[in-house]
Ligand binder design. Structure first.
Ligand code: ADP
Length: 224
């Protein structure tokens, strides 16, 4: 059954890292609204120019902009195998839009919530680096690339994200708690929310996610 894995959790929880591992393992399309918006900003497109000031301030980009980006993205052929949503939805109105998209195509939704204390996030975000080419993030301890200051895949110089400053991190966490965290209840009520401890090694988190995804997909196929 066509499946959408919705990655939820605060900024720095590891959604992007886990989404990439899922993409490599399952071949589902990795839809990261943050990456798409950053690319649009880099390419100075109309969407990018509109999104820039919101992202730099750590605020949510207006719904109609992200909704239209996502609607267009899910029509691409690589989405036929399944979807991994990373950074969308971030508020109730977006969750409702996504629900319509998923229902239209009879797509099974599984929501993975990565749980992690704010102190750990602040530490992670403040010390992370990103490849501006492939958008992967690196943290001091785990990456060999950072020692050379280069992405180990693209050989491009790593950068700090403009929104990974102390002030903007605080704004992003506040918005997460106010706007995004209530979605836990929304998905919980639908019986499709699974919480996973994000404060473990990435491989351990991934193992837990894979098990959950497999179990849910098996259950859904039996129920058909
Ligand atoms: P993180 O999860 O670390 O905050 P993302 O790369 O997912 O990073 O998002 C970076 C920024 O892009 C957000 O702070 C916000 O400004 C914007 N953004 C991404 N996804 C959305 C969304 N679904 N709705 C509104 N704004 C978004």
């Amino acid at each position: 059954m066509k499946t959408a894995i919705i990655m939820m959790g605060p900024p720095g929880a590891g959604k992007g890292t886990q989404a990439r591992l899922l993409f490599e393992t399952l071949g589902f399309a990795h839809i990261s609204t943050g990456d798409m918006l950053r690319t649009a900003i880099k390419n100075e497109t109309e969407d990018g120019n509109r999104a820039k000031s919101f992202i730099e301030a750590g605020l949510l980009v207006p719904d109609e902009l992200v909704d239209s980006i996502v609607k267009e993205r899910v029509r691409q052929p690589d989405c036929d195998r399944g979807l991994i949503l990373d950074g969308y939805p971030r508020k109730l109105s977006q969750a409702e839009t996504l629900q319509e998209i998923l229902e239209q195509d009879d797509i099974l939704a599984i929501t993975i919530g990565l749980n992690i204390p704010d102190e750990v996030l602040i530490d992670r975000l403040g010390s992370r680096w990103m490849c501006p080419n492939c958008n992967r993030t690196f943290s001091k301890e785990l990456s060999s690339g950072i020692l050379k200051g280069l992405c180990d895949k693209c050989s491009v110089h790593l950068i700090h994200r403009v929104d990974d400053t102390e002030e903007v991190i605080a704004a992003r966490l506040k918005i997460y708690h106010e706007e995004t965290e209530p979605l836990v209840r929304y998905y919980h009520a639908q019986g499709i929310y699974i919480q996973i401890d994000g404060d473990q090694l990435p491989a351990k988190v991934f193992y837990a996610i894979r098990n959950v995804v497999e179990e849910r997909r098996n259950l859904a196929s039996v129920g058909k």
